[in-house]
Design a protein around this ligand. Sequence first.
Ligand code: DGL
Length: 217
Amino acid sequence: MIGVFDSGLGGLSVLAAIAQALPDADLVYLADTAHVPWGDKDDTFIRQRVLKIGHHLVDQGCTLIVVACNTATATAVASLRETLPEIPVVGVEPGIKPAAAASKSGRIAVLTTTATARSERLSRLVRQHAGSVQVDILPCPGWATRVETLHLDDSGFAASARLHLAPSLAAGADQIVLGCTHYAFLAPVLAAIVAGQATLVDVADAVARQCVRLAGA
Ligand code: DGL
């Protein structure tokens, strides 16, 4: 059984890709909706939730764990792997590497939670994979909660998202990385904002391919 978890609904975007890649797999999804959003919490709190949920899923019989959350991966995937040495743990990290490789302008933007934006893991990802491009890290407080409450496409959000992205787009960013799994559900609104200027980058399919490799191993 594969256990997939997130703070809330966001990881369902990853679960869908896994279900498509592994249609016969036994999947269980856990949403920590009592504590969503994680992205506004401190690192100690996020780490505690990730360890508790990861261990709970293993107790339920999961033999592969997918941390379907950029925030949890950035903050706590290393701790989870340390405490579950026998269990493969797949994390989700912003698609900075593919975005940097695809950028023609030499500028990309990454949309994340506040916790991911401040993480050392994100800084390392940028250093390792985006040395040759300019990277705008754009924290988006409130966006995950918007998804949780299913306020996906009201006109107020489109207007504020447009303002949020405007400086990066004006500076030539041509790849916009969805660095939070919740933001996949905002993609229709975001795609309309960046149309003709930039491409949205999501890693759900790459995570699913990694699950296929590990599940078949
Ligand atoms: N979906 C999560 C992520 O990928 C967390 C969002 C939140 O709870 O703040 O970062």
